[in-house]
Every structure is written in structure tokens, then in C-alpha cells.
Ligand binder design. Structure first.
Ligand SMILES: N[C@@H](Cc1ccc(O)cc1)C(=O)O
Length: 417
């Protein structure tokens, strides 16, 4: 598969396995007429620890690389902060480094050549004069309601939204220009931002880009009984085989139910495609059975049929996936374990002690900062001094009064910037 593809095959692979492509002719034109590699980017706000769900967009990135594209990965550190401070400004830099390590390792695990892969840190160009002036231009012509709607499915919504959440989609649109790409890739949740970019970039003198959209895949590791916000239910990219097995055992996977089944979706969107990229023949997904011949699947359709008929049971499917997923994770974990450098980055990006240390001192549960620390410790997220809780589950555990009130009580000044 990694061998050189014909232009037509390359275009087909670029457009494969997507929910939607906007302005596909831009892609055809670059490859067939201009005869150069397509330049495309995928952006990720550097917030929570990347988990197994990242395999889904990464499979498309792997296909784009295999199709000969020049792929840029935007580590959107400023966006991570703008989106309701999902990542505190002093941690985003480390998180960006962590993301780069883990994404590289993940793509290598999939077996794709990353020579044409480039990482770009958002703040490395988003603070430049030209970018800033263009931002002002967009801000000057964008109605508040339009910006709000553009970000509605991406930016965390709240009753008292910040300006940052409105600027977010404007900057994502500008990124297309400043990253100098032909196309942007993202999930269908990004559709309104993509439409905003298509409508507004031409107004400030820039061209419309193509947009590639992945369908939204139901999450893997959403536990059957526990709440989805339980941090233990998400499979981390650095989980060891025993942890993967344990979490998958608990994962929601109703028998005979194919639609909305996260385990089947993962097999379809990640495992099958990963196998397809590695081998030249049809992918084979093997399900071992006790006392019986293994089940061999070369198509996801057959697998779904067997699942609906209960020939392939949740238990069989989960144990087969455990095996395949652990094979994918093995080199990622090995690289992490062999790299003191990466381990240090991990500690800086996601300091584990903060919440635990604070919680030990918690006596006055009336103090919002302390209540936040206690809640954070329970949830394995990080509490900030203002009572604001940071981490993937932040919204669900935020406690206490407004930041302003808390800051006054704690007698600390608002952080600069
Ligand atoms: N909006 C993307 C992140 C992103 C940020 C900036 C971009 O230019 C592109 C993508 C997300 O939801 O994660």
C-alpha cells in the first residue's frame, strides 16, 4: 500500500472512508493538473491526554500519508486555552510536546512512513503581526451570532461564554491560510467552522480550501455500567495489556446490536484500516474461539452480520479486539518506556500529584478551592487555585462560586494574559 500510487488511486485513498468532502475538485486539481502532493492539515487542541479515540482521525492521517500527501499536524495550543481554558496556559506547551510524541509513535505503530509529516505549534505563528492583523480583519466583519454558531459544536458551551470561544473559529479559519494548505481534515463536528472558513476567507482576500470530514465514531471503552466521564473507562495510548483487557471487558457492547456499538466501530474504523495499510492483500481480522476453528473476517460487513446473528458474541469480539489493540499499542508503550525524555514531558504536561497533594490538606470543605481539589482528586483531574478544575472532565466537576469571588477570597490577583 505504501508503494507509489497512481494519481487516481491516490485521490481515491484521500477521499476514502469519509462522511463528507467539500470542494473535492480542489483536490483533483492539485493532483491531476498541478501534479504535486496535496497539502492538508489536521488540528488538535492540546488539552487532555490523547486516548485510543485518537486512532480514528489518525487512520485518516495515515491514509493521507500513504496517498502521498504532505500532512501537517497543528498542535493548537492557543485553541486549547481559548476553549474555556480546557488547558491552562502554562501547561499547553508541555501538552503540545506530549501530543507530538504520542501521535508520532501512534503513526509509526500503524506502519506508515512519516517522512512527509510535519508538526506545527499554533503559537509559533498565531502571534505574528500579519496573523494578528488578519484576525482583526475577520473580527471586524464577523457578527457575534455567526461566530457563536460556527463554534457551537466544538467550543464548550456555557451560559456565560468568553470572548475566546468566539475568536476560536475565526482563528481556525485563518490557520488554513497560514499553514499554506489545500485542504483541512477534521470530524463532521467541525463542519460549521469549515463552512465559516469557506465563506469568510475570500472576504479578506484568501482562497477557499477543500474540507475532508470523518464521521463521528462512537467511543471505545465507554463502560457499560460506570458513567462515561469515569477516567478509568478511557483506554490510554500508554495502557499496558492488562489494563486494556480490563477496560475492554467493561466496555459497552450490547449483543446483536451493531448500530452505535463502540467496539464494532473501533474494529471497523481502526483495526480493519490499520491492517489494510500494512498488507497488500485483503485485511483479515481473526477471532480465536475455544474448541472451535477461529472466525476469519475479510470484510466488516460479514463481521457485522455475524454479530447481529450472535455467531460473533461480545465476548469473542472483545477478546479479539484486545489482542489486536495490544499489538498496536505495544510499540507505543515500548517507546515511552525507553524514553526518559518523553516520561519527563508526560509528568510536566499532566502533573499527577497536584490534586492528590491538595486533597491531603483539605479540611475546610467550605473553601471553593479546596472543594475543587477534593472533587478533582476523586476525578483524577487537576484543580486550579481559583476553584476551577482542569482536565477532560472539568465541566462535570467544577465547583464553587465565580472565579472572581474566589480570587478575592484567596486574595490573589487574576493571572496575567
Ligand atoms: N477544532 C479542533 C482543533 C483545531 C484548532 C485549530 C485548527 O486550526 C484546527 C483544529 C478540535 O475540535 O479539536
Amino acid at each position: 500500500m505504501a508503494s507509489k500510487l497512481s494519481p487516481e488511486d491516490s485521490i481515491a485513498l484521500i477521499k476514502a472512508n469519509l462522511a463528507e468532502v467539500l470542494n473535492p475538485e480542489i483536490i483533483d486539481n492539485v493532483i491531476l493538473k498541478e501534479k504535486r502532493p496535496l497539502k492538508v492539515y489536521w488540528g488538535s487542541a492540546t488539552t487532555g491526554r490523547p486516548h485510543c479515540g485518537y486512532f480514528v482521525p489518525m487512520m485518516k492521517v495515515a491514509e493521507l500519508l500513504a496517498a502521498g500527501c504532505h500532512v501537517k499536524i497543528l498542535l493548537a495550543d492557543i485553541h486549547g486555552y481559548l476553549d474555556n481554558m480546557k488547558a491552562p496556559i502554562d501547561l499547553v506547551e508541555f501538552r503540545a510536546k506530549y501530543y507530538e510524541r504520542v501521535i508520532k509513535a501512534l503513526l509509526k505503530a500503524v506502519g506508515v512512513d512519516i517522512a512527509r509529516l510535519e508538526f506545527v505549534l499554533g503559537s509559533s505563528y498565531q502571534l505574528n503581526k500579519d496573523y494578528t492583523m488578519d484576525r482583526f480583519k475577520l473580527e471586524g466583519i464577523t457578527r457575534v451570532e455567526v461566530a457563536k454558531k460556527a463554534g457551537a459544536e466544538v467550543v464548550k458551551q456555557s451560559a456565560d461564554p468568553t470572548l475566546g470561544g468566539l475568536i476560536y473559529p475565526l482563528m481556525q479559519a485563518l490557520d488554513e491560510q497560514y499553514l499554506d494548505v489545500d485542504a483541512q481534515f477534521g470530524g463532521v463536528d467541525q463542519r460549521k467552522i469549515f463552512a465559516f472558513a469557506m465563506e469568510n476567507l475570500p472576504k479578506i482576500g484568501y482562497s477557499v480550501r477543500a474540507h475532508l470530514m470523518n464521521s463521528m465514531v462512537p467511543g471505545l471503552g465507554e463502560a457499560a455500567k460506570m458513567s462515561a466521564s469515569d477516567p478509568d473507562s478511557k483506554i490510554d495510548l500508554l495502557d499496558d495489556p492488562a489494563a486494556v483487557e480490563k477496560k475492554l471487558k467493561k466496555a459497552k457492547c450490547p449483543p446483536k446490536e451493531v448500530e452505535g456499538n463502540g467496539v464494532i466501530a473501533f474494529v471497523e474504523h481502526v483495526i480493519f484500516r490499520a491492517i489494510a495499510l500494512k498488507v497488500d492483500h485483503e485485511p483479515i481480522f481473526k477471532v480465536e474461539r475455544r474448541d472451535e476453528e477461529p472466525l476469519l473476517y475479510t470484510s466488516i460487513q460479514k463481521l457485522k452480520e455475524d454479530y447481529a446473528a450472535d455467531i460473533l458474541t461480545p465476548q469473542l469480539l472483545k477478546s479479539a479486539l484486545t489482542h489486536h489493540l495490544n499489538e498496536l499499542l505495544k510499540p507505543i508503550v515500548a517507546e515511552y518506556e525507553a524514553s526518559p525524555d518523553w516520561q519527563a514531558i508526560s509528568l510536566q504536561a499532566y502533573p499527577p500529584e497536584k490534586a492528590a497533594v491538595k486533597v491531603k490538606k483539605v479540611k475546610d470543605k467550605g473553601d471553593p478551592a479546596k472543594r475543587a481539589a477534593a472533587a478533582a482528586a476523586r476525578k483524577n483531574v487537576v484543580a486550579q487555585p481559583d476553584g476551577h478544575v482542569e482536565g477532560e472532565d472539568a465541566e462535570k466537576v467544577t465547583v464553587g462560586p465565580s472565579t472572581e469571588e474566589t480570587l478575592q477570597k484567596l486574595k490573589v490577583s487574576e493571572p496575567e494574559s
